[in-house]
Ligand binder design. Structure first.
Ligand code: HAM
Length: 456
């Protein structure tokens, strides 16, 4: 008993010590002069907006085109939702979730992905009573406490498409077609490849897993530390390990496609036939297994064409026929796909894809003097009411610096309102390219400007 008390005391002391250390670290950070972003988190600045607009607009338009309804899901869920769906032995659940116990003693996590939530929402809102398949689209932040590096963030954005309620191979093919269309439409058609595989159903995988264990066991010494652990818990993941030692063993390893049953094989052949009919190029990749446990049958990923070693996928998905049932719903076959926005934007930049800047101001409104400033503020409202895109810098007083800004913003026209114009009831209209200036009656400036902008 005394010994037990000693151990408990020691443990308590260790917890107190580690909490004190954390408190100290937080205090140190908070008392430092400048706050900084947490590791793996990112601010998205206005200069990035055109890329975000492009990705979100194209994805949202495809959702409309392919008849997916948008769903907005919370960022916080019960931890068990993810451990049961994604798998308690997966990297995501083992080491990457931001998890805490809330004030009601519920164990919650920031969502690392949305497919589990989609299945939860499908069951919770009785969507099986709707016409099937139910097709849902989402866009939002996900959280994974990965080691931060290029393209690997702790908060990143995904958009995704999920189709629940049909086992047809045509659904898998359409999802791949949708992904293919998205990358074509943003100008990355030649910069990506589609990798496809089938991992069969739970039954055919059980035998295959044993076969894999039999193959790798005598070579265990050659596997990396992670794969040594995977050998018993999740041998399939050895197939997509990026370590050279593990990769060198793959050529001789038993192939999944030789082990999947006739039904799964037939399903996969149909998916490929549809892709051929749609003339979508793909790479049959026997080592593609995906890192989340819920997949069955078809799996696919979109890779940058020059993906090497540990470089990362832009998007991924597949079929998850057992997930809804696993979470307590009726058996509901389903498939989906999601893509990482930051990784897509990185590739857009790398490939110098030109993006049309939207919402560029057409006019700059400059003012000199207090009276003119007050009048200009009123005029700004009128211009905005007429949907004329206006830039201004009322905080500046010098005309020179205002004109410099107008040049920088690349506007076609600048309106200049000074003391004299206020008294005369006029305004100057300057055409920026030629530098020609006209005096216009202030009352007539809006129709005059609209004419010049070709908006009569
Ligand atoms: P996933 O492959 O884990 O699949 O993630 C999809 C995409 O999210 C990745 O291809 C990548 O672009 C992006 N991503 C993942 N982790 C990070 C990170 N740490 N930093 C930046 N981007 C990242 C899923 O999440 C599944 N829910 C996909 C799915 C939908 N399967 C069926 N339906």
């Amino acid at each position: 008993m005394a010994k037990f008390k000693k151990v408990v005391k020691k443990k308590k002391a260790a917890v107190i010590e580690s909490t004190a250390q954390e408190d100290e670290a937080v205090k140190k950070r908070s008392s430092s002069k400048n706050f900084r972003l947490l590791k793996g988190f990112k601010d998205i600045l206005p200069t990035e907006k055109k890329y975000w607009n492009l990705v979100e607009t194209k994805a949202a338009n495809l959702a409309v085109g392919f008849d997916y309804g948008e769903i907005k899901l919370p960022v916080l869920e019960e931890t068990a939702l993810f451990s049961r769906s994604v798998g308690k032995d997966s990297d995501i659940v083992r080491k990457e979730m931001f998890t805490f116990t809330d004030q009601s003693n519920i164990n919650v996590s920031l969502r690392p992905e949305a497919t589990a939530q989609i299945a939860r929402a499908y069951i919770e809102h009785g969507m099986l009573n709707l016409s099937q398949p139910v097709k849902l689209y989402y866009f939002g932040p996900m959280f994974r406490r990965e080691k931060p590096q290029s393209g690997r963030l702790r908060q990143f954005y995904q958009f995704g498409f999920e189709s629940l309620g049909s086992e047809g191979a045509v659904v898998d093919a359409q999802l791949i077609a949708l992904a293919n269309k998205f990358f074509s439409q943003i100008g990355l058609k030649d910069a990506v490849t589609i990798q496809v595989n089938s991992i069969g159903c739970t039954e055919c995988r059980t035998e295959y897993k044993q076969e894999l264990i039999n193959y790798f066991k005598p070579k265990k010494k050659l596997l990396c530390d992670d794969c040594k652990k995977r050998l018993l818990k999740n041998p399939l993941r050895i197939l997509d390990c990026k370590e050279a030692g593990c990769q060198s063993l793959l050529a001789e390893a038993p192939q999944l496609l030789d082990w999947i049953d006739e039904d799964c094989k037939e399903h996969f052949m149909k998916v490929l036939e549809h892709l051929d009919q749609l003339e979508i190029a793909y790479n049959l990749n026997p080592y593609l297994v995906r890192g989340l446990d819920y997949y069955t049958r078809t799996v696919f990923e979109i890779w940058p064409i020059d993906k090497t070693g540990s470089q990362v996928a832009l998007g991924g998905g597949g079929r998850y026929d057992n997930l809804v049932e696993l979470l307590g719903g009726r058996p509901t076959p389903a498939a989906g796909f999601s893509a990482g926005v930051e990784r897509i934007i990185m590739l857009l930049k790398e490939k110098n894809i030109e993006i049309k800047q939207e919402n560029i101001p057409e006019v700059f409104l400059a003012q000199i003097g207090a009276q003119a400033k007050a009048k200009a503020m009123k005029l700004l409202e009128k211009l905005q009411e007429e949907d004329i895109m206006v830039a201004e810098s009322f905080a500046k007083d010098s005309l020179k610096s205002q004109l410099e800004l107008a040049n920088k913003r690349n506007v076609k026209f600048t309106l200049i309102l000074g003391q004299k114009e206020v008294l005369d009831g006029t305004i100057l209209l300057r055409e920026m390219e030629g530098g020609v200036q006209e005096v216009i009656d202030l009352e007539k400036i809006i129709p005059e400007l609209k004419k010049k902008l070709g908006r009569t």
